[in-house]
Design a protein around this ligand. Structure first.
Ligand SMILES: [Fe+2]
Ligand SMILES: [Fe+2]
Length: 153
């Protein structure tokens, strides 16, 4: 079966590596920064979109109490923070300390968010959904991801 958790964790791993690469660049490496940043931006948009369209609403519906719903609401707000930060990073020139600082803050927010998803939300998802439901979520996430990637969004 297509495991939804593994699919999302693979995305996390990929973005984590891209952030490590971009954090290692100097102000002189403008072209590399630009290329890495555009890839990060695209990966984040596709990933947050499939979570927001498919996983999060399923979790919200299945949540049994406020503590479980809290994970949903926090994740939504963290995605919003990322959405706000992305254009601001883009405004900074690639070869500047300002760009490096903005990328570092974005990296920290994303890492924190990933920790919460992998540490709290995904274990809850595994608990709340049956094998069949998980397989269905996996199929939907995968199909939507392919669609978004093809659109080049
Ligand atoms: Fe997320
Ligand atoms: Fe995620």
């Amino acid at each position: 079966m297509l495991n939804p958790i593994e699919l999302l964790k693979d995305d996390h791993e990929k973005v984590k590596k891209l952030f490590e690469q971009i954090a290692d660049t100097s102000n002189q490496a403008e072209k590399t920064r630009e290329k890495l940043f555009l890839t990060i931006e695209r990966e984040l948009r596709v990933h947050t979109t499939i979570e927001e369209e498919i996983l999060y609403p399923a979790l919200r519906q299945a949540a049994k109490n406020d503590e479980q719903r809290r994970l949903y609401f926090e994740a939504v707000e963290e995605h919003k923070a990322v959405d706000l930060l992305l254009p601001s990073v883009r405004e900074a020139a690639f070869g500047t300390n300002e760009f490096a600082a903005k990328v570092k803050v974005l990296k920290e927010i994303v890492e924190h968010h990933v920790e919460e998803e992998e540490g709290e939300m995904f274990p809850l998802v595994k608990k709340l959904f049956s094998r069949e439901q998980l397989a269905e979520l996996g199929e939907r996430l995968d199909a939507r991801k392919k669609e978004l990637m093809a659109e080049g969004s």
